[in-house]
Design a protein around this ligand. Structure first.
Ligand SMILES: Cc1cc2nc3c(=O)[nH]c(=O)nc-3n(C[C@H](O)[C@H](O)[C@H](O)COP(=O)(O)OP(=O)(O)OC[C@H]3O[C@@H](n4cnc5c(N)ncnc54)[C@H](O)[C@@H]3O)c2cc1C
Length: 486
């Protein structure tokens, strides 16, 4: 009997009918996440509804030495939920209950498959919401948000998922159920919750999440500002923030991204603009009014064209629709595209966008830019036609060069989409071998057998106890002149 058959034999009688998927066609529907170029059909799929069921499946994997991968909604863009060919895919989308909302404590306890926006919709009538807002928030799960430490447009002011999670129930890679954190804002000892947030499913499976609920602001203003160029828009971003304002969001789209969004959702952005900024201000009404005037003045300093302030929720909704649909919208102007995710200091937006356009020209591809400008989190969309020979390779080359560019600016190879299987090969460009070994030691403390989402995040799967390789060469941050070695 194969190892996977042993797992099946062990769990099948203990799970409800329909929980286990063995049919190949049905398993194939889980072969990839939002990064569809990486596909693997899982050997077995298990749809779970409780912590106990997750623990049962993981214990069986541990006993029979079978790898397992957690999957939320499968919207990840780095191949994090890509299944293992000889492993079990544990589908969390069937754990969708909001278990508790405590408005006095400003906490909610949810199952990990709960859709991000569903929690806000539930809390909104009482004046609260869940602040992390990935553009995929109407479909992605809170468990996926925790695993990726997801961000979103409003994370500039409100922080990433990690800032909004106070506790988790974790099924360890051995199948034990442990509680990490809880309702309190802080716990003594090592910050294991911080370690879990962003660990991409490599440290076990989260089966319950306690999150903060944030009070809805008294007032919200949304501005749409047109500029001639991304350069001018980039400078305006730096100036607005140096004026002492912390907008809830500042998002930028360039001309190509605007063209795509117009075609997809007719968002009526300023005609002929080389770039637009979507700036959202929120807080006490009096502050928001003053900040709006400062933003307008700073934008005018950089020769802004049309400045539109949304008059109501309908207009605000249309402005955001253009921005939030932008990834999918590029499908209207290109048969294929890669969604890249890198970070740079926001003061370098103008020059970096100019370099990206040079890279695009040299590689013979087009790049549309739509991104969280306030925190320098770029999302260059590399457009290509996979049907044309060599185009996919050129797009890959352009994508890699963009990440190198981010690193040379002292930035990062990912801001929020994670490393997954896609960017594992880039990790040594950002981290030294010692850095990676230290991360492996941490991973081994949780999962010495490397069964939890193996093959992700790390460039080469090294086992616990394997001696580290020799470390050599400068750290990219040193090369970029952004850090010194003491
Ligand atoms: C159109 C579009 C827009 C997007 N915009 C944003 C954005 O603005 N900001 C942003 O940060 N991301 C964005 N994303 C990426 C993606 O939506 C997020 O990473 C999201 O958090 C993934 O959630 P998911 O439920 O789909 O997770 P999945 O894709 O199913 O899984 C993601 C990772 O989490 C792990 N995982 C899932 N559930 C659990 C669990 N319960 N326990 C442990 N590990 C688990 C998986 O193994 C995998 O490694 C976008 C994606 C798309 C398609």
């Amino acid at each position: 009997m194969s190892r996977i058959e042993s797992v099946l034999e062990h769990i099948e009688p203990r799970l409800p009918a329909g929980a286990i998927v063995t049919d190949e066609t049905e398993r194939k529907t889980y072969e990839c996440d939002g990064l569809a170029v990486h596909r693997t059909v899982p050997a077995l799929v298990v749809r779970v509804t409780s912590t106990a069921e997750v623990a049962l499946a993981v214990r069986a994997c541990h006993e029979f030495d079978v790898p397992f991968v957690a999957r939320g909604s499968g919207t990840g863009l780095s191949g994090g939920a890509q299944p293992h060919a000889e492993g079990v895919l544990i589908v969390m989308a069937t754990m969708r209950d909001i278990l508790d909302i405590d408005l006095i404590a400003q906490r909610a306890v949810v199952q990990p498959g709960v859709i991000n926006l569903d929690l806000s919709n539930e809390a909104n009538p009482d004046g609260y919401y869940f602040a992390p807002d990935p553009s995929s928030q109407s479909v992605c799960s809170i468990g996926g948000n925790v695993a990726e430490n997801s961000g979103g447009a409003h994370c500039l002011k409100y922080g990433f998922t990690t800032n909004h999670v106070t506790g988790c129930t974790l099924v360890t890679a051995q199948g034990e159920i442990v509680e990490i954190g809880g309702q309190a804002p802080e716990y003594p000892g090592y910050d294991l919750l911080g370690v879990l947030c962003g660990s991409e499913g490599t440290l076990g499976i989260v089966t319950e999440v306690t999150v903060r609920l944030t009070r809805l602001p008294e007032a919200v203003e949304t501005l749409l500002i047109g500029f001639d160029s991304t350069d001018a828009a980039g400078e305006a971003v730096s100036d607005i923030i140096s004026a002492g304002i912390m907008p809830a969001a500042i998002e930028m789209m360039d001309a190509l991204a605007i063209e795509a969004a117009e075609k997809a959702v007719a968002c009526n952005y300023p005609e002929g603009a080389g770039a637009v900024l979507v700036v959202e201000l929120d807080g006490p009404a009096i502050d928001v009014e003053l900040e709006r005037e400062t933003v307008i003045a700073r934008a005018r300093d950089h020769h802004a064209g049309e400045i539109r302030v949304a008059v109501d929720d309908v207009e605000r909704g249309l402005i955001w629709k253009g921005r939030k649909s932008a990834f999918a919208a590029v499908g209207r102007i290109s048969p294929d595209y890669i969604v890249q995710d890198g970070v740079i200091p926001r003061s370098r937006l103008g020059p970096v966008l100019a370099s990206i356009s040079t890279i695009a020209e040299e590689c013979g591809v087009r790049v549309a830019n739509v991104f969280h400008a306030g925190d320098g989190n770029l999302h260059p969309l590399v457009l290509f036609d996979g049907a044309l020979e060599g185009q996919a390779e050129l797009a890959e080359t352009a994508s890699g060069r963009i990440l190198d560019l981010c690193l040379s600016e002292g930035g990062s190879i990912t801001g929020e989409h994670g490393v997954g299987s896609d960017k594992a090969k880039f990790m040594p460009r950002m981290f030294t071998n010692e850095d990676l070994d230290t991360m492996q030691i941490l991973r081994c403390a949780f999962d010495p057998s490397h069964l939890s989402n193996p093959g992700k995040v790390f460039p080469t799967p090294r086992l616990c106890g394997e001696p580290p390789r020799r470390t050599s060469g400068e750290h990219p941050l040193q090369t970029a002149g952004k850090a010194e070695l003491f």
